[in-house]
Design a protein around this ligand. Structure first.
Ligand code: FE2
Length: 142
């Protein structure tokens, strides 16, 4: 249940990212800018949901505070830093730089999402089974 919601959110973020990248490779700065702004907002929300709702709950219930969630938090910071660089490139109309950074971020996100979807989310499902419904509502309302 938690996994389905979070995976769908990953896919929504991916779709916005793909739209921004496609527009940038077409040289369409305006569309790239709008789509990337949507991606930035969707990612900010997704990362915050994990860091402020899901991870703390998992850490408290599993007693694993220095484990997988610590790694995920670190990777979130790497993604935020990459997104900031991409924003600067986009605002400076450096579409080639934007696309180059985008390739790196794309790989980073794919690897990160795979770890979450295949390992961490199932661990959360197990640890938080009895509070999944309430957690899901908190995540939806975030
Ligand atoms: Fe994450």
């Amino acid at each position: 249940m938690l996994t389905n919601f979070l995976i769908a959110d990953h896919r929504d973020c991916d779709a916005l990212f793909a739209t921004a990248e496609n527009a940038a490779s077409d040289g369409d700065h305006a569309t790239a800018s709008t789509a990337f702004a949507g991606f930035e907002a969707a990612m900010a929300r997704h990362l915050s949901i994990e860091e402020n709702v899901l991870f703390p709950e998992f850490e408290a219930r599993s007693g694993m505070a220095g484990g997988p969630t610590a790694v995920m938090r670190m990777e979130h910071e790497q993604m935020r830093a990459m997104m900031l660089q991409m924003r600067r490139a986009l605002d400076g109309r450096e579409l080639d730089d934007f696309l180059g950074l985008g390739e790196t971020l794309h790989i980073l996100i794919q690897q990160h999402n795979m770890k979450e979807e295949q390992m961490l989310y199932p661990m959360c499902e197990n640890a938080l089974a009895d509070s999944a419904q309430a957690l899901l509502e908190r995540m939806r309302a975030y």
